[in-house]
Design a binder for this molecule. Structure first.
Ligand code: TYD
Length: 142
């Protein structure tokens, strides 16, 4: 059991109405962290990927507010693909995992809630370094 098994789709409240639907998120209630920052990714040209890094501390919750895309989450040994295509659920990703976003549909909008402010030193952008980081992490757990 490691952070990959804690990675999960969380279904959000959804109020269906003839006027349209409404969903919402409360920090530490629907998602397991306090929200320090939000950002969004949009106008992604066909075939492009985003992400392709890991965070040492940052935890995230990613929603496809519009359109669809896939998130591949990787613990250095196993990879799991999550398809996001509804605005009433999202993917919770703990820290310490490599994650890549791909297969963006036209006009998709990825909305990300983050547990930390933007800190470049929290990123691991090199996959080889990530594998070393995972090795150290697994050693410390023994
Ligand atoms: P990056 O996290 O590398 O994008 P992605 O994971 O989607 O591929 O961020 C791209 C650029 O934007 C990078 O130069 C850092 C900057 N950035 C901020 O300044 N603040 C932020 O909150 C985020 C997410 C990125």
């Amino acid at each position: 059991m490691n952070q990959l098994t804690e990675t999960k789709i969380i279904t959000l409240p959804k109020f269906e109405d003839t006027r349209g639907n409404l969903s919402f998120i409360e920090e530490e209630r629907h998602i397991p962290f306090k929200i320090e920052r939000t950002y969004w990714i949009y106008d992604v040209p066909g075939g492009q990927m985003r992400g392709g890094h890991a965070f040492k501390e940052q935890r995230e919750f990613i929603i496809a507010l519009s359109g669809s895309f896939d998130v591949v989450v990787d613990d250095g040994t196993h990879k799991q693909l999550f398809s996001l295509n509804r605005s009433y659920y999202g993917l919770y990703i703990p820290c310490g995992l490599w994650r890549q976003m791909e297969n963006f549909s036209t006009n998709s909008l990825a909305f990300v809630l983050s547990s930390t402010k933007f800190v470049e030193s929290d990123y691991i952008r090199d996959y080889e370094k990530f594998l070393k980081y995972r090795e150290e992490y697994e050693k410390q757990r023994i």
